[in-house]
Design a protein around this ligand. Structure first.
Ligand code: FES
Length: 109
């Protein structure tokens, strides 16, 4: 059985107010919004294609903002919209891993 979405990206949008690091302090919402708009504009959104979703804490806060793409289970960190564009244009559209934006395995909470 094929999966409903070809690729699924989850953005942590968690906000912490206790002084600990959280992705919301690092423009996670802006990255999510930009990704959603670019995927839609590129005609990539929907069944059999790409879904962009919000997530709570993914427990890799030290690398925030973070996002993860399935089914490849590739984790990313990003700084600005051009980083998001590269993830959309290369990974979500073509399945190419954007190595320069990958989150190192050692990064946790
Ligand atoms: S706050 Fe984003 S991974 Fe924990």
């Amino acid at each position: 059985m094929s999966s409903y979405y070809q690729r699924h990206i989850f953005f942590c949008l968690n906000q912490r107010d206790n002084g600990e690091a959280s992705c919301a302090q690092h423009a996670a919402q802006a990255g999510f919004d930009h990704c959603k708009a670019r995927v839609k504009a590129a005609g990539l959104a929907g069944k059999g294609a790409v879904r962009v979703n919000k997530a709570g804490c993914l427990d890799r806060c030290a690398g925030g903002p973070v996002a993860v793409v399935y089914p490849e289970a590739v984790w990313y960190t990003f700084v600005d919209n051009s980083d998001i564009d590269e993830i959309v244009d290369r990974h979500l559209a073509k399945g190419e891993v954007v190595e320069r934006l990958q989150l190192p395995d050692s990064v946790g909470r």
